[in-house]
Design a protein around this ligand. Structure first.
Ligand code: ZN
Length: 165
């Protein structure tokens, strides 16, 4: 029958295309894995959704978003943050508490910078430093600074570091 001779290869092609799409969408790239600003890996407990100049993106950490906004001279909107101790999403960042300047850096450095003599260079600037993380409650933030150093600050204090609001 003519219909079967046409339909069978058609269905096979559709199945192959659907499988390829599914593999690319859900297996190879299940969700964004790199920071929209610096391309460092995203971590569940420091990931931030930020908006600069109307463009929303997933960012590796709060400090990276503040640095980006200041470099672009644009206002920063923080849409969501994640609790550093639990990884839970905090949908209203203005209610969260923040720690900066502790010994912990959420974004580690994959590449060591070397000078011409192949000696490691001292880091003078890093867009994700000082490390800045979010906590659902002030108590959690203060517990964190007790072990790791740093200062507990409010959302308002944090956002005063973004200079183009
Ligand atoms: Zn980043």
């Amino acid at each position: 029958m003519n219909f079967r001779r046409i339909a069978t290869p058609g269905i096979l092609i559709l199945a192959v295309v659907a499988a390829a799409f599914g593999w690319i969408r859900f297996v190879a790239h299940p969700k964004p894995v790199a920071c929209g600003y610096c391309s460092r890996p995203l971590h569940a407990n420091s990931i931030v959704t930020a908006e600069i100049d109307g463009k929303r993106t997933q960012v590796c950490c709060l400090r990276c978003a503040i640095t980006e906004a200041n470099q672009l001279r644009k206002p920063l909107r923080v849409i969501t943050v994640h609790d550093y101790s639990t990884g839970a999403a905090i949908l209203s960042p203005e209610t969260a508490w923040y720690v900066e300047g502790s010994r912990v850096m959420p974004c580690e450095h994959g590449v060591m910078h070397m000078d011409e003599a192949k000696k490691p260079q001292t880091m003078v600037f890093d867009r994700c430093s000082p490390g800045t993380m979010a906590f659902a409650t002030r108590q959690q933030a203060e517990d964190f600074t007790e072990t790791n150093g740093g200062a507990t600050i409010s959302f308002g204090q944090l956002m005063s570091e973004a200079h183009y609001q």
